[in-house]
Design a protein around this ligand. Structure first.
Ligand code: ADP
Length: 163
């Protein structure tokens, strides 16, 4: 069984993430999406909300499961007996960070392989932070978000405004 882990903060899941998840699910028997608990920055959505949004967005993909982890990814992978990491690559700006991350993970555990998937060009500029920024400013980009995610994002931003 080829199992891969797809780690990230998914705050919230975008169509860029979905593009990688759908393609990875064709390459591996199982894809475990591992949501980062402590991403450094304060997330807009709680861990439970980010997991729930991913569950809904991936409901049509039976080989995809959602989990969460904190601390070192390699320790999580060791515990779960997974040795493949899938990462999405957007512009060259992702490359340097992901390159050093892949080398560091390899140093920590030599059995780990990182597989990079190049995003489709229409998602090359897409990030969760950009999405949050534009939605907070009142703009919409419905084709860049799973439909349910967009509804919840709009509601979340509204609820924060009313506080
Ligand atoms: P971000 O907050 O930058 O959107 P995450 O931390 O949730 O991203 O990213 C998880 C993984 O998804 C990373 O490997 C990241 O490179 C990848 N990813 C994010 N957005 C895209 C996209 N538009 N296309 C391809 N991969 C992406």
């Amino acid at each position: 069984m080829k199992i891969a882990v797809y780690p990230g903060s998914f705050d919230p899941v975008t169509m860029g993430h979905m593009n990688i998840i759908e393609r990875a699910s064709k390459l591996f028997d199982e894809v475990v999406i591992a949501v980062l608990v402590n991403s450094g920055k304060t997330p807009l959505f709680s861990l439970e909300e980010r997991v729930e949004l991913l569950k809904i967005a991936t409901a049509h993909l039976p080989s995809v499961t959602i989990d969460s982890f904190s601390g070192l990814l390699v320790e999580y992978m060791d515990k779960k007996k997974i040795n493949i990491i899938v990462k999405g690559l957007r512009a060259v700006t992702d490359f340097e960070y992901e390159y050093s991350m892949a080398l560091m993970n390899k140093k920590l555990n030599h059995n780990i392989e990182t597989v990079f998937m190049i995003t489709e060009d229409k998602y090359a500029f897409l990030s969760s932070s950009k999405i949050k920024e534009i939605y907070k400013l009142g703009a919409r980009a419905s084709d860049l978000l799973p439909p349910h995610t967009e509804d919840i994002l709009i509601k979340k931003i509204e609820s924060l405004k009313n506080k």
